[in-house]
Design a protein. Structure first.
Length: 221
């Protein structure tokens, strides 16, 4: 019997061919360094953006502590205004409500004008933010101002103004409208000093004035 044997040169050529096809070519070391540097740069940028986002969310949480969560119809205030002996001056009894209907302010103000106006800021977040536990951000309102208005410009120039900021007035979150705030609105309601007691309700996108079931004794001692 005969054995078929190839030459040693042929075996070496076959081994070199198999090795060359099975081993991928190496990238130059400078390409690997550049790729690693780009990955680290992307991670750094993402980290910085996340840090700024977390800081901004915490700032909004601090701002929204002054606001009260609301439902479809929420009583925000009770008010009674009556005229005084001074021309175009009224005495206004104002009660403000906080969370769970708790009274947070009960005070009398002197307001100049033919009508009083109560203003409120409303900050609204999208539903996906309100339902995100870690964000801690919910839509809310804050009564910000009680002011008087005259019936015409001539009277307005003749008599003085003594408007009153409430709850420290407008917050930065209202004026800056940062992400992810969906909408900011300033609502107002006005009426004459007729001596009657009214409840002020936040309903949808407006403030409503409704005759109150209780009558304050401010104008009718």
């Amino acid at each position: 019997m005969y054995e078929l044997q190839g030459s040693d040169d042929e075996d070496e050529e076959w081994d070199e061919e198999v090795f060359s096809h099975s081993t991928p070519p190496h990238r130059p070391i400078w390409m690997r360094i550049v790729l690693i540097a780009l990955i680290l740069l992307v991670l750094l940028v993402l980290g910085i953006r996340l840090a700024f986002l977390a800081d901004d969310i915490q700032w909004q949480q601090r701002q929204m502590k002054n606001y009260v969560n609301f439902t479809n119809t929420t009583r925000v205030a009770t008010i009674q205004a009556c005229r005084t002996d001074a021309p175009y001056r009224m005495s206004v009894m104002l009660i403000l409500y906080g969370k769970n209907g708790r009274v947070v302010l009960s005070k009398t103000y002197l307001v100049d004008g033919a009508k009083w106006t109560l203003r409120s800021d409303v900050v609204t977040y999208p539903s996906w933010i309100s339902s995100t536990p870690f964000a801690g951000l919910e839509s809310g309102y804050k009564v910000t101002r009680l002011e008087g208005h005259y019936s015409d410009s001539a009277t307005d120039r003749k008599y003085q103004h003594n408007d009153h900021d409430l709850n420290q007035g407008n917050d930065e979150i209202f004026t800056k409208h940062p992400w992810p705030v969906d909408q900011v609105r300033q609502l107002s309601v006005s009426w004459t000093p007729d001596g009657q007691t009214y409840d002020v309700f936040l309903a949808g996108s407006q403030l409503l004035l409704v005759p109150s079931s209780q009558q304050l004794a401010h104008c009718h001692p």
